[in-house]
Design a protein around this ligand. Structure first.
Ligand SMILES: [Zn+2]
Ligand SMILES: [Zn+2]
Length: 334
């Protein structure tokens, strides 16, 4: 049975995945900054985290650095079968931070270039800053960066260098486009991700505002609904419950689980429980669209539930009565 639906007329299309609110603003924390970059170039020579044994090697200057030959990649380690793990530009390097061992205490750098200087290989790139790193560099930032999720980082504007020997591993930090309702990869509460860039003058560039309150999405505090018509996310605390208080549309399928998924609102944020933990930061949109694609094609793959993030199908089955809200933009049930 078809009823008028929020997703009617919507075709799963990767190009449409970047839909959403376009308004962006800069958050200027420069007045509080005590670490202005005096260097007009984007390259800084500072002492970077290293393994203790490498602390005697001096950071090259920018002038020296640009003369070193570029490398396409560098071998990080070789496993017992002789398989090499290589570091390449574009990768995220996990850099050991003296005194720490745990993964969440590794510094993370997006690699721009690798260069050879005699027996040393230098890695140049941009550091990912945690809220603790930002607090250590800029004063009074707690309120200003309070919207950062627990595993969210901000990428630096400038480049720095470190030695290849300090790179422990290659890891992943996912770019999160928080205006979209579909993301390439579902983001859970423990996925390292980044949204914004931390400029050297203390400005956080291109912050995204959402809802009628214009706040930045905080994955650990906000719970949001997406309106397809308006292309916007709204906080459930800022909008009204819908009088309809039920699914805006229903699509009957032979699978009860698929029916629950198709009738689910597009939701993200501080959803509780382990069933939501692997996808709650980016939200349910990508999975609803995926299931809708199978529904429209008239064929579900045999392992379709396993193609969804862990726990999602069960979450949808257990939460068929999620409250419905009224979109403040167009009055649709969301
Ligand atoms: Zn709001
Ligand atoms: Zn709307």
């Amino acid at each position: 049975m078809h009823a008028a639906g929020l997703l009617d007329g919507y075709k799963p299309d990767p190009l449409a995945a970047v839909g959403g609110i376009k308004a962006e603003r800069d958050l200027d924390i420069a007045p509080l900054c005590r670490a202005h970059s005096a260097n007009p170039t984007s390259f800084r020579t500072t002492t970077m985290p290293r393994k203790a044994a490498q602390n005697r090697v001096k950071e090259p200057s920018f002038a020296l650095w640009v003369k070193m030959p570029l490398l396409p990649d560098a071998v990080l380690k070789t496993d017992s079968d002789g398989k090499e793990l290589k570091l390449r530009p574009g990768d995220v390097a996990c850099v050991i931070h003296e005194g720490f061992k745990a993964d969440n205490l590794y510094w993370k750098m997006r690699v721009d270039e690798l260069r050879q200087d005699g027996r040393h290989v230098w890695v140049i790139g941009r550091w990912f800053n945690s809220s603790a790193d930002i607090a250590a560099t800029f004063e009074n930032t707690a309120d200003l960066v309070g919207f950062l999720g627990k595993t969210e980082l901000m990428i630096s504007e400038h480049q720095e260098s470190t030695l290849l020997g300090s790179v422990e591993d290659v890891c992943h930090v996912v770019k999160f486009r928080d205006t979209a309702f579909i993301t390439d990869k579902p983001l859970g509460y423990n996925t390292w991700c980044y949204r914004f860039k931390l400029m050297d003058n203390g400005r956080i560039a291109k912050l995204t505002s959402h809802c009628i309150c214009g706040e930045v999405y905080n994955p650990d505090k906000s719970v949001q609904r997406f309106c397809i018509t308006c292309g916007k996310w709204f906080d459930i605390y800022c909008i009204l419950l819908s009088a309809a208080n039920q699914s805006a549309f229903t699509l009957e399928t032979s699978s009860k689980t698929a029916t629950s998924i198709l009738g689910m609102p597009i939701v993200r944020g501080a959803l509780t429980g382990p069933l939501a933990s692997s996808w709650r930061v980016s939200g349910s949109g990508a999975m609803i669209v995926k299931v809708l694609g199978w529904y429209r094609a008239g064929a579900f793959p045999e392992d379709w539930k396993r193609q969804l993030p862990k726990g999602f199908a069960e979450y949808a089955s257990n939460n068929t009565a999620l409250p419905r809200y009224e979109c403040p933009g167009c009055s649709a049930v969301i």
